[in-house]
Structure formats: structure tokens, C-alpha cells
Design a protein around this ligand. Structure first.
Ligand code: MIC
Ligand code: SF4
Length: 644
């Protein structure tokens, strides 16, 4: 049988199930990655599973999100992660070493293998032909402990790239074009697999920009074949032994097909406040800009930043502009320094940040009130920058750099002669900030600072679920709305009770109060509820607040799994018009809950309106059991695989 790249990797790793889209499958996981904002929860859950030996070939714990230390909380969490990693056989990438996805690409990604990461942009590694999936923390904990991951076999979309990018048009513009066409909800339940003559001219970091931002499509993952370009990158990282060629068979069958002619693309920008609100940069000519930020796991590779340095060399950024640059990794920063490019950046007026997520997750550098900020990032959700009134545009590094000089959003093609930077033949390699696990795990003491609080545990499902509608929100609600993240809140990622005071407050400032007063209840939502990040806090916090079920028109993949993992029921309106009928404060009831969750259709009574709605519970058998037991950890314990 002729297979696609994704199908080849899945079939090689298939533990059980059939590779038919929509069927539940289990695959073995070779590698995991965590970052610090989700990592503490992952390792607390791993400890709760009571394992002695991890099952993955390699697991890496990165510190890259919570790097602003304005109190002991983040440093406490880092110490916990460092010690727990050492004890459990997990590599630890120290703060300053770089953003997890960039460093993983440089030092750990292996074509043909599988990677599960507690961060939604884990598919970055798909740029090198790895099947890399983002998931909630407990799924990653289970993957570390048991070496497996359960998910629904996605549909496979062939993205055929033809032609060649014109000067000043970049990989960012390819994925922005796809976002324009497919939208932020169009990729749910799909893998985007890139092919065609157009990929031959795309370097690994360029491919990784595309697979990284495939997360914004809602996709399960995105993947490129592993070819001579992959080999050259691995060789330049002194990792040629990790190379494995993997290409789709001729005649492989895809579920859908999309074609993008690269030669027809122009520089694009995603407008506030969604990555799919994409327009040509030329149509925004003259837009006054206040801040420009270059970095993030999408666009902070060596070539990206060398291009920026070349554009800025010998010039000064416009008076109004604050230009901030966060290199993706220490490897990138060191090479910029060695090449003298750092001098050009500093001389032009750039503010250089440490190699971390930084402004991308609101860890500093919030724009001014009503400010316009151009960012080379992947998300521009309202308020994510830390300034609620700011307008964020997502652009390529080229657009960002040229606009930094003019002070206005500028089409880089106006600059004339294009900048050419080649991928280096050899990267500067120094793994001294990657700490290997202990030889004698028994001797390692796990250090738990006072910031680390126990996480909430789900309770077995009761026979009747009754409660009030606590809030009703619209379409495309992100996890940044459900559990906001910024410099003030991120230090409390290990403290669910504290975070609960902020749940859904960007949509409804009284939500936490209402939830606490009513001892929980229901949330009503529109299409694509929970898009964006993998943070399971967006489910653990509602669990803590007593939320029993979320009723939505549709769900984003990772958030839906996180709800179920926490024992919260994700229900879909069979008739989307029923959404209009339900109001806040209506009293809802699910009778015979335990027997009802075993079937696909659930009867939900609206006691206030005297009506009954049909809701769909589109989940797997194992997930039904999880809901009944009160979450994934309870399910595992009930099967005797974990400890209390
Ligand atoms: C993000 O980009 O939103 C984050 C911060 O990296 C999240 C993870 C988190 O919330 O900790 C993600 O993408 O999963
Ligand atoms: Fe970090 Fe931003 Fe990438 Fe998330 S999207 S991993 S916050 S750089």
C-alpha cells in the first residue's frame, strides 16, 4: 500500500487501532518535550503516576517561558523541574538555552520518530519529518510513563507547493496564505503534509516556520518529508547519524488536497486579533507602528535574524519605534555574535532580550495603550501582548525589519535588492546548558518550593448533573481567554487556586465569582472553543471551579482532550440554533449521566425554559470511561497502573 509521510510514521508506531481517519489509535512515543509553564504540572502528574523508569527514548524539559523572575515563584518552579528531571531520567535545558521548539529542532529532532510535547507548537519538529504533536500536560506525563499516546486518526491534507518564492517573500507568507484559506478552525482533525517541487527550496528553519504555525490552523500536526535538505541541516548540527530519509510513496492517497503557487505569493500580515485575518502588507501601506518584536518559536532562526541584521546594518530604527529582538536559541545568539551581526542590531537600536519566549507570551515588552505592534510571532489574540488595546500584526522578519526603519508597515519589496543569507555549513554547537539526568536517581532530592500547590483531582461522575449556565461566550474563544497568561499570572502556573480568580475574565469579569457562588455549573460557547495553546490549566481551573460540562458548537482538539482528561464533559449542540436558546442563569440538568455518557447523544434539560436539547458527545470509548472515573489519572489508577 502506498503511504504518505505521516501514515508511514504512524504505521511504524502503531500500538493499536486502524489507520482510518476518525478511529481512535494508540501510537508509541519516542520523545517528549515540556516547557516550564506547563512542565510543573506534567511532572507533578508523572510523580502521581508512580513510575520508576521512563519509557521514552528521550525526554527533554525546557525552561523558556517563565523567565522573568520578579519573585521566587518562577525560580521555584525551575528548581522543581530541574530536580524532578534529573531523578526521572529527563534532559534539562537551562533557562537561556533557548525556546523549546528551536532548540529541539537543532539538537534533538529525529526524522521518522514521534514526539509529544506539552506545548501546542510542538509540530515545529514536523519541519524535519518527525511526527510531532502538541498535547495537554497529563497526556505528556502518561507518554513519559507508558511510552504511548491515544488520539483520533486525523484526515491527511496534501499541501502541494509549486513554484518558487519571489524575493522578499518568505516561509511566513506561505503559512499565512494557508491560514487565510483554511482559517483557525479549518485544520481541526487534520494533518497537513507538505510536498511538491516548491519544498526543494525551503530550508529546515523555513519548513519549521510553516509546521510551527500549522498549530494556528487547529491541526493535529504538520509535516514535511525528510530529504537531502534535512540531511544537510543535521550534518551542520553534527547529527548526520540521526538522519533517516522519509518520503511519501508515489500514488499515496490523501483525504484532501490544497495547492499553493509560491511564485504568486506576496508579503502578508495577519491583522488583529486572529492569525487568519490575513491581508497583503501592501494593502496596509502607511500604517503607523509603535513597536516591533522579532523572535518566538516561529521566526527566530539564524537566517531569520541574519537577514534582519543585514537590513538594519549601518542604519537606525525610526524614532517612534521600540525594536525588540529575542533570538530563538543560544546557538543562534552565539552565531550572531560571532558573525558580527549582533553589533549591527545593537548599533541600529535593537533591544536584545534573552533567548526565550518573552513578549510572545506577554512576559514583558507590552506595547503602549492603543499601540500598533508588528511581531514575527504566531498568535495575535487580543490582550496576549499584555496591552488590551494594542493591535498586533503578525509578519515575517523581513517585513518587521524594513518597517523598523520606516516606522510604518512597509512592503519590503520597496527596498529593492533582496537580502540573501545561506544556511550555515556548520552551526556552533555547545550543549553545556543541557543537563543530562542523574546516574544515581535514588540520590536526587526533588526540591518543591512553596509556589507548588497540589493540582485538583477530578471526582467520579455523579448520576445527575445539575447546575446553572454561568456564562455564554462566542466563537473562537482561545485558551488565552479561558486561562489568561501574562507576566503577572504565569508565575502561578503551579497554583491552580490562585489562577482560578482569573478564569474567563477577559470575556466575563465576574465568571470566577459566579462559579464560586454557584459551586460550579455550565459554560456555553460557540465554534472552535479552546483554540490556541495546549495549557491544561484552561481545563484544570474550570475543574477547580466546579465546571461540569462545556456546551459548544465545536471544540479545538487539544482543549477538548484536556477537558476530558480533567473529567469535564465536552458537549456539542446537535442543533447549533439551540445555542441561541440557552441563556445565562438557565438551570440545566443531565439525568442518568453515567448511562448517558456511554452513548453519542445526550439529552440535556433546560429547567428554566422547560425544554430539552440533544447534545453530541463525540469522544472515544476510553474517553467515556475517563469521564465516568473523573479524568485520566483516575482512569489509570482504576486500572492499577498508578499509585494514589
Ligand atoms: C503559547 O504559545 O500559547 C504557549 C504559552 O506556548 C502555550 C503553552 C502554555 O500556555 O504554557 C502553547 O502554545 O501551548
Ligand atoms: Fe513560546 Fe510563543 Fe512559541 Fe508559545 S508560541 S512556545 S510562547 S515562543
Amino acid at each position: 500500500m502506498q503511504l504518505t509521510v505521516a501514515q508511514k510514521i504512524i504505521s511504524e508506531h502503531l500500538v493499536s487501532g486502524k489507520m482510518i481517519s476518525g478511529e481512535e489509535i494508540i501510537i508509541s512515543i519516542d520523545q517528549t518535550l515540556t516547557q516550564d509553564a506547563t512542565g510543573t504540572m506534567v511532572y507533578l502528574q508523572l510523580e502521581a503516576l508512580g513510575v520508576n523508569k521512563i519509557k521514552t527514548k528521550k525526554s527533554v524539559a525546557y525552561i523558556d517561558h517563565n523567565t522573568l523572575q520578579a519573585g521566587p515563584e518562577n525560580a521555584d518552579d525551575h528548581l522543581y523541574i530541574q530536580t524532578v528531571a534529573k531523578k526521572y531520567g529527563i534532559y534539562y535545558s537551562k533557562p537561556g538555552n533557548g525556546i523549546c521548539h528551536q532548540v529541539h529542532l537543532e539538537r534533538f529532532t529525529i526524522p521518522g520518530q514521534t514526539l509529544l510535547g506539552s506545548d501546542s507548537h510542538t509540530p515545529t519538529a514536523g519541519g524535519m519529518g518527525m511526527l510531532a504533536i502538541g498535547a495537554g500536560g497529563v497526556d505528556v506525563a502518561v507518554a513519559i510513563a507508558q511510552g504511548e499516546y491515544h488520539f483520533t486518526m486525523p484526515r491527511i491534507v496534501k499541501v502541494n507547493l509549486i513554484g518558487k518564492l519571489n524575493p522578499w517573500v518568505s516561509a511566513k507568507d506561505i503559512i499565512l496564505e494557508l491560514l487565510k484559506r483554511v482559517t483557525v478552525k479549518g485544520g481541526v482533525g487534520k494533518i497537513f503534509e507538505y510536498t511538491g517541487e516548491g519544498i526543494k527550496n525551503l530550508s529546515i528553519p523555513q519548513r519549521a516556520t510553516i509546521t510551527n504555525m500549522g498549530a494556528e490552523l487547529g491541526a493535529t500536526t504538520s509535516i514535511f518529508p525528510s530529504d537531502e535538505i534535512t540531511f544537510n541541516f543535521l550534518k551542520a548540527q553534527k547529527r548526520e547519524k540521526d538522519f533517516f530519509e522519509i518520503k511519501a510513496d508515489d500514488g499515496a492517497i490523501y483525504d484532501e488536497e490544497i495547492e499553493i503557487n509560491l511564485s504568486q505569493l506576496e508579503p502578508l500580515a495577519a491583522c488583529p486579533h486572529s492569525p487568519d485575518k490575513v491581508v497583503p502588507v501592501s494593502s496596509l501601506k502607511g500604517l503607523k507602528v509603535h513597536q516591533i518584536v522579532i523572535g518566538s518559536c516561529t521566526n527566530s532562526s539564524y537566517v531569520d535574524l541574519m537577514k534582519v541584521a543585514k537590513i538594519l546594518k549601518g542604519k537606525t530604527v525610526a524614532d517612534r519605534i521600540s525594536l525588540v529582538i529575542a533570538p530563538g536559541s543560544r546557538q543562534v545568539l552565539t552565531m550572531l555574535a560571532k558573525e558580527g551581526a549582533l553589533v549591527s542590531l545593537i548599533a541600529a537600536g535593537a533591544r536584545i532580550l534573552e533567548c526565550a519566549c518573552g513578549p510572545c507570551i506577554g512576559m514583558g515588552q507590552s506595547p503602549p495603550t492603543d499601540g500598533v505592534s508588528l511581531r514575527t510571532f504566531n498568535r495575535n489574540f487580543k490582550g496576549r501582548s499584555g496591552t488590551i488595546s494594542a493591535e498586533i500584526y503578525l509578519v515575517s522578519p523581513e517585513v518587521a525589519a524594513v518597517s523598523a526603519l520606516t516606522g510604518y508597515l512597509t512592503d519590503p519589496r520597496e527596498l529593492g535588492v533582496p537580502i540573501m543569507i545561506e544556511e550555515p555549513e556548520m552551526f556552533l554547537i555547545n550543549d553545556n546548558l543541557i543537563i543530562p539526568p542523574a546516574d544515581n536517581p535514588g540520590e536526587v532530592e526533588i526540591i518543591r518550593g512553596p509556589n507548588i500547590k497540589p493540582f485538583p483531582k477530578g471526582k467520579p461522575l455523579s448520576s445527575e448533573i445539575q447546575g446553572k449556565v454561568l456564562t455564554k461566550v462566542g466563537d473562537n474563544i482561545t485558551t488565552d481567554h479561558i486561562m489568561p497568561s501574562n507576566a503577572k499570572l504565569l508565575p502561578y502556573r503551579s497554583n491552580i487556586p490562585y489562577l482560578s480568580n482569573y478564569c474567563l475574565t477577559p470575556c466575563d469579569k465576574d465568571f470566577p465569582k459566579k462559579a464560586k457562588k454557584n459551586k460550579g455549573g455550565f459554560i456555553i460557547a460557540g465554534i472552535n472553543y479552546g483554540q490556541g495553546s495546549s495549557r491544561e490549566h484552561a481545563a484544570l481551573v474550570p475543574l477547580y471551579l466546579g465546571i461540569k460540562a462545556v456546551l459548544a458548537k465545536s471544540f479545538a482538539r487539544i482543549h477538548k482532550a484536556n477537558l476530558i482528561n480533567s473529567g469535564i464533559i465536552p458537549l456539542i449542540f446537535e442543533n447549533p440554533e439551540d445555542y441561541d436558546d440557552i441563556e445565562e442563569i438557565d438551570e440545566l440538568l443531565i439525568e442518568d449521566a453515567i448511562s448517558q455518557v456511554k452513548s453519542r447523544t445526550i439529552r440535556l434539560k433546560n429547567l428554566s425554559k422547560g425544554k430539552e436539547y440533544k447534545m453530541i458527545l463525540d469522544i472515544t470509548l476510553r474517553q467515556r470511561e475517563m469521564i465516568i472515573q473523573g479524568g485520566l489519572l483516575n482512569l489509570i489508577r482504576s486500572k492499577g497502573k498508578g499509585k494514589e
